[in-house]
Design a binder for this molecule. Structure first.
Ligand code: ADP
Length: 589
């Protein structure tokens, strides 16, 4: 039948909070065993108990594997909020001759320790916490100290001990400044002399607590049920735990612990709430700074920000000023450069003009010779006409023929004068599509007498049907004159001076014109400098011819370059770009 009875029994598991979870054998000798024995007197219920850490209890409640818990008030309150457990009994503990349902903490220091007279004095101190076997006072101590601005691990250090003698010796040796126990415990364990060597910090006496204590009073341990346990089961349990018959009254009074109806938790709630408020406030401030320190810190931060602001404003004003002045100086520089560029262009035009005038001066004798031919021919033809008229030979045809020849020569002379005038004219650049070979013929015709006077043999090697280039004819003529003149001068004293002018289409992109002389050539060191303005090796030279020529060619998007011939003499070439339109035509051809 016992087996049958066992089968019929409803089983329940009680989780008991312990500092030594898993030491089930300890349960046998613990005050809890009595509770278990009483409960197991129930005919239909069977109770088992296990010692569990706070974490184990939480886990078990999450898995609904615990039906009841027994825990200190602090842990209970947390579990109540998290897991809906509900207390139905509070433990009472025998103190002297009465059973009390409250507990508190007592903080002791040495009687003669004047450094610790109130709770606040524990700041920066070490405290020994004396934990009984079934006590979990650390949470209580932590909450209580927090209400006095003391934070374990930050401004107060806690050492947990379970031996009273060790705790006392630490206190005497000065290893710790205070000793904390559950109130009433030391009084029971120590002799009078030892107790008198100690002093309770912040002693207080709560109603229906027969002992002096330092902390607030909180309810003793709670017996609570899981959310799924019925009222009926709980009611029956209460009967077995609280009810006792008069026969065993004496025995009952011998027991250290009993259960009573659940106590009021208001004070404990307040302690938690206060502690939570402080925690929140602490998190918000994120520091343990005192308000005074915070005030000064805020003041410093504001000062720092003000300084930064002032520096920023000053630097931005400076920056603005600097930007403004650099903008002004940039504008000024641009104006100066524009002016310099305009002046350079004017100078260049003037120099080109001067160069042309001087060229014309040098060519004056040649021009005179050139003009002389048509003028003397005119003279001859006119003299012939006069003679015909004087002979009174009525030969109008001969007369007309002579006059036509006269007109032709006059035209020729006029052409020479026109060329001269256009050559020396000052003016804007005027680009037209032109045949480079035409320029060569014009210039070489122009310099014919000078070439002849210097016994220079001129060879023309002109590629036919070159694409036209967009050029200022006068300017390109000037470049060619400069090159020819330089060539002639470089060959002065040579026995067989010769100049070759060639034109060709280069890379299908440029028309290239080269003037190749048989002169003394250019030494390597001078080759780099001949295009510099005012560089000359001639006693009467200006050193501007090549510089001006180079500028003119560059203004036409071309390039002027010089090199020595392999044998003797120099070779000056310039390129002029063929316009895309004409390049296409040429390619098509
Ligand atoms: P200038 O003729 O007034 O000296 P250029 O600028 O025309 O000024 O020439 C600069 C210098 O380049 C000349 O003095 C001369 O030394 C050198 N040079 C120019 N053309 C030739 C050339 N065909 N052969 C050798 N040297 C030359």
């Amino acid at each position: 039948m016992p087996a049958h009875c066992a089968q019929k029994k409803q089983t329940f598991t009680i989780g008991i909070l312990s500092l030594h979870p898993g030491h089930q054998h300890q349960l046998q000798d613990s005050p809890w065993q009595l509770t278990l024995d009483r409960l197991n007197q129930h005919p239909d219920f069977r109770f088992t108990a296990i010692l569990l850490s706070p974490d184990n209890i939480t886990e078990a409640l999450e898995n609904d594997t615990l039906d009841f818990i027994i825990s200190d008030a602090f842990t209970y309150l947390i579990l109540e909020k998290k897991h809906d457990v509900l207390r139905f009994l509070t433990r009472t503990e025998k103190f002297d001759n009465e059973y009390i349902s409250s507990e508190a903490l007592s903080i002791f220091t040495l009687k003669n320790n004047s450094n610790v007279t109130q709770i606040m004095d524990l700041e920066g101190k070490r405290i020994a916490l004396l934990e009984g076997e079934y006590s979990t006072s650390q949470l209580f101590l932590e909450k209580f100290l927090k209400t006095h601005d003391l934070n374990i691990g930050k401004n107060v250090e806690i050492l947990t001990l379970d031996r009273v003698d060790l705790a006392l010796s630490w206190l005497e040796q000065g290893n710790v400044d205070a000793l904390v126990t559950k109130s009433g415990q030391l009084e029971k364990q120590l002799d009078k002399a030892t107790l008198e060597s100690l002093r309770l910090v912040h002693p207080r006496h709560g109603w229906h607590a027969p002992f002096l204590h330092s902390s607030v009073l909180v309810p003793e341990w709670a017996f609570a049920r899981a959310w799924f346990i019925s009222d009926d089961v709980v009611n029956q349990m209460i009967t077995y735990l609280i009810g006792h018959n008069k026969n065993d009254h004496d025995e009952y009074l011998q027991e250290q612990y009993h259960w009573t109806f659940a106590q009021n938790y208001n004070d404990l709630d307040k302690l938690f709430a206060l502690s939570r408020e402080l925690e929140i406030a602490e998190q918000q401030h994120q520091s343990s700074f005192s308000p005074k320190l915070q005030y000064w810190l805020s003041f410093l931060v504001i000062c720092f920000l003000l300084v930064i602001l002032v520096m920023y404003l000053r630097s931005s004003r400076d920056l603005n000023n600097r930007l403004k002045s650099s903008k002004e100086s940039l504008e000024l520089e641009i104006r100066v450069r524009q002016h310099a560029q305009e002046q350079a262009l004017t100078h260049q035009a003037e120099l080109a003009h001067v160069a042309r005038l001087s060229t014309m001066g040098e060519m004056a004798s040649g021009l005179a010779h050139e003009l002389n031919q048509p003028l003397s021919a005119i003279n001859t033809y006119v003299q012939g006409c006069i003679r015909l008229l004087k002979m009174e030979k009525n030969d109008p045809e001969a007369l007309i023929n002579a006059l036509q020849l006269t007109a032709q020569q006059a035209d020729r002379a006029g052409g020479i004068i026109r060329r001269l005038r256009s050559f020396v004219r000052k003016g804007e650049s005027h680009k037209t599509y032109t045949d480079i070979n035409h320029i060569v013929n014009e210039v070489t015709g122009f310099l014919e007498s000078q070439l002849r006077n210097n016994q220079v043999t001129l060879t023309l090697d002109l590629e036919e049907e070159l694409p036209p280039v967009l050029a200022d004819i006068i300017q390109i003529e000037q470049v060619l004159i400069n090159l020819l003149k330089n060539g002639i001068e470089a060959m002065s004293g040579n026995e067989n001076p010769s100049i070759k002018v060639s034109t060709r289409l280069k890379d299908n992109l440029f028309v290239e014109l080269c003037v190749i002389d048989s002169g003394h050539g250019i030494s390597e060191d001078k080759l780099k400098r001949i295009f510099n303005p005012f560089f000359t090796t001639k006693t009467s030279g200006m050193g501007m011819g090549l510089s001006i020529s180079s500028s003119i060619i560059e203004a036409h998007d071309g390039k002027l370059y010089a090199e020595n011939n392999p044998a003797t003499g120099a070779r000056f070439c310039f390129t002029l770009p063929v316009t895309e339109e004409h390049l296409g035509n040429n390619n098509n051809e």
